[in-house]
Design a protein around this ligand. Structure first.
Ligand code: N01
Length: 545
């Protein structure tokens, strides 16, 4: 324990609100509850600094897939105008600089306790307070508890036999050493070809002696087309916050561009192809917006699939490797659509090999590398697990959260997450989750989803106080109908068709298969939440002491 934490620990342990996590969500939640409502608030953060997911994900090639001018807060025009992004897509160092700047500018650090992991949070019915236990054994209490732990913060290291016998070094991308990893002269094996693996492989290959990519599910990818921002573009950003924010709030996915109005099959094949070519040149997630119905119509989606698989075959010179990379088993964008810098080109390098571990699964890690079921051995010095996360529910369920009558959240969610609007769970009064399951979260540009949730929670707590109320939780009926709405929205898209998707929990053995994020679109969701609040928090039960 540092001197400053010791001092802090000797101070009050009772707060109006506790917030877990100091990423984008936690920082803004602190600011809103403390500075707008005047509550006493403490943020508990496991890391040694602010940043959340960006604090941990410092793997080679890491970069956000939201355009930088949209991957930031919009609540302060002064903050917006004084910050200048350097590249189209920000990497972890720049995002960390931004979040540290926010923490300093709004004097947030004094109410954040770093290096503090929450292990348990129990609701006390007699006092209507949450008792939150940290890894040092300390207990803090608060009326309101906000989980701002992020959707992708519990690393998934697959249970591959023999890993403990490996004589080389291994790393998970989501827990990357802050001092970096030197790949020079080494034989590296990378497991995983999701958004992360697609970013890291080209950068690792550039310095390693050899890189073997172990692919279980082949994936689409579109060039990011990253590059420096021009002074003229930066001036335009500074002068147009309102316009950019209005677009992001109107957009299905919270990005600073809207879906095309054109239906994919409404135009002749040649024109369609030309539009795809143009979208490929523009790159990034704008590709997905090229037609209106790419994620809602299988027929429309199939045209994107053909276009993108053809691109792989054109880029990758070795036909057998190209076929493995193009052997994709799900519709485009049914899994989070990665964007890359030279991913497929990387397989044209002499020092890179692709291994299809769906055809020949990994049997074990040996002291010197990876052995496949066929007996094939791949000697390695370093293994990189780009194997993703226990998404959406992993981080919240890692804590022992217990509500009314000692009911554990793990038990309440044993068949999959159930809540109302992704914000609250019946039996867990005054507990709010920011961008939890059942909300657009990972299907949306995160800061847009976060600002909406944090502001809704802030307004809700303000409403309670103004009306002499001290407790809020949803009804079972409201939760049931929201679960139905989440399922309806998912089924109206191609998203549930990706059977190996973390959106469904399919990457974690034993995890219930439930489509977790809300796929009805951020703009629509924002309206639903606003309407619920306007109808005096319809679907929630509120009481006073
Ligand atoms: O994780 P993933 P991620 N043996 O779960 C494979 C966000 N993000 O870290 O598909 C062999 O998508 C697994 O194979 P399969 C974004 O939301 C954003 O890449 O399960 N392979 C898959 O290929 C993203 O969706 C950005 O068959 C195994 C890979 O590992 C989310 O984070 C950048 C395996 C995991 O892919 C997660 O992305 C990065 C095993 N035992 C991430 N276990 C940007 O903003 C797993 N795999 C750009």
């Amino acid at each position: 324990m540092t001197e400053s934490t010791k001092k802090d620990a000797s101070q009050t342990r009772s707060f109006d609100a506790l917030v877990i996590g100091a990423g984008f969500s936690g920082l803004y939640q602190l600011l809103c509850l403390r500075d707008r409502l005047g509550l006493s608030v403490k943020v508990l953060e496991a890391g040694a600094g602010v940043g959340g997911t960006w604090y941990w994900n410092r793997y080679p090639g890491a970069r956000c897939d939201s355009e930088s001018h949209s991957y930031c807060y919009t609540f302060s025009e002064e903050l917006w105008k004084e910050w200048e992004w350097s590249e189209k897509y920000p990497g972890p160092p720049e995002i960390m600089r931004y979040l540290n700047h926010v923490a300093d500018k709004f004097d947030l650090r004094r109410d954040i306790r770093f290096g503090t992991k929450v292990t348990a949070a129990h609701y006390n019915e007699a006092t209507n307070r949450w008792h939150v236990t940290t890894d040092s054994g300390e207990v803090l209490t608060a009326r309101f508890l906000v989980s701002a732990v992020g959707c992708l913060s519990t690393a998934n290291v697959p249970d591959i036999p023999g890993l403990d016998t490996f004589k080389g070094k291994w790393y998970h991308t989501g827990q990357w050493p802050h001092e970096g990893v030197d790949f020079r002269g080494t034989r590296v094996g990378q497991i995983g070809t999701g958004s992360t693996g697609i970013q890291s492989a080209p950068v690792i290959a550039a310095t390693a002696a050899h890189l073997t990519v172990f692919q279980r599910t082949a994936n689409y990818s579109v060039p990011a087309r990253n590059g420096p921002l021009t002074p003229a573009f930066n001036r335009w950003i500074h002068d147009n916050m309102e316009e950019i924010r209005t677009t992001m709030r109107a957009a299905v996915n919270g990005h600073p561009f809207l879906l095309s109005e054109t239906l994919t099959l409404s135009i002749p094949a040649e024109e369609r192809h030309a539009r795809y070519e143009k979208a490929w040149e523009v790159g990034g997630l704008r590709f997905r917006a090229v037609f209106r119905d790419l994620v809602t119509s299988n027929e429309a989606n199939a045209t994107a699939v053909t276009f993108l698989k053809d691109k792989i075959r054109k880029i990758v010179k070795d036909p057998a490797t190209a076929e493995k990379l193009a052997d994709i088993d799900h519709p485009y964008a049914a899994k989070r659509p990665p964007i890359d810098t030279d991913y497929f080109e990387t397989f044209n390098r002499d020092n890179v090999a692709l291994v299809d571990v769906r055809a020949d699964p990994i049997e074990r890690v040996t002291p010197t590398g990876i052995r496949l079921k066929s007996g094939a051995e791949h000697p390695l010095d370093i293994i990189v697990f780009a194997t993703g996360f226990d998404g959406m529910t992993g981080s919240i369920l890692k804590m022992d959260i217990r509500g009314r009558g000692g009911l554990s959240l793990r038990e309440a969610w044993k068949a999959g997450p159930r809540n109302y609007l992704g914000l609250q769970v019946a039996g867990f009064p005054n507990l709010f989750t920011v961008t939890g399951p059942g909300s657009p979260s990972v299907l949306c540009n995160m800061p847009v989803a976060i600002e909406q949730h944090v502001e809704w929670i802030t307004d809700c707590i303000d409403y309670l106080r103004t009306n002499g109320l001290t407790q809020i939780e949803p009804t079972e009926e409201a939760m049931d109908s929201w679960v139905q709405e989440v399922n309806r929205a998912a089924d109206a898209t191609v998203l549930p068709q990706a059977k190996h998707s973390w959106y469904l929990g399919a990457n974690i053995p034993g995890k219930p298969r439930v489509f977790m994020p809300y796929a009805g679109g951020m703009a629509y969701y924002r309206k639903i939440c606003a309407d619920v609040a306007a109808r005096n928090y319809e679907g929630f039960t509120m009481t006073g002491d």
